[in-house]
Design a protein around this ligand. Structure first.
Ligand code: MG
Length: 156
């Protein structure tokens, strides 16, 4: 659990983190350098879920041994599938990170939605639906480790 009180935004009591894979944790199917360590550290506070259509077929191998649960979904209706996944966990206790257009609805629903614009780019609708926009997954995860950064960005 991560508790963060943000004046004007609300009190976050996060239990879950839902991450997109490609364009978010990975580039061209491969986990980005340093992410394994960051996820391992965060797993002591949040249950981490990776939800992806696994376009490159590498997610299972790349995430093997890490304390995350992997959910590979059909290509159709990705946006709705991701939204329903967050709702099932409890949107009020979930943070979500993603970059693609099909991440828009889960970022909007989650108590904290973080959009990424990395090398794959970020869908404009998803950036608009997010609470925070970061330029790297490392920065996004670091926000959860350093609540004062989040408070500075989101407070009224
Ligand atoms: Mg993506």
């Amino acid at each position: 659990m991560i508790r963060i009180e943000i004046p004007g935004f609300g009190n976050l009591e996060l239990q879950h983190l839902v991450c997109d894979y490609n364009g978010t944790l990975a580039l061209d199917g491969q986990l980005q350098p340093g992410i394994a360590e960051q996820l391992s550290r965060l797993a002591s506070q949040l249950a981490i879920h990776v939800i992806t259509a696994d376009t490159f077929g590498q997610a299972r191998a790349e995430l093997a041994g890490l304390p995350v649960s992997l959910h590979i979904t059909p290509l159709e209706n990705q946006a709705q599938t991701k939204l329903e996944f967050v709702q099932k966990l409890g949107a009020a206790v979930t943070a979500a990170i993603g970059n693609g257009r099909n991440d828009c609805r889960m970022l909007d629903a989650a108590a904290l939605g973080i959009a990424l614009i990395q090398r794959e780019g970020g869908a404009a609708t998803t950036v608009a639906a997010a609470d925070v926009v970061c330029s790297s997954i490392h920065d996004a995860i670091a926000l959860l480790h350093n609540p004062k950064r989040l408070i500075a960005t989101l407070r009224s």
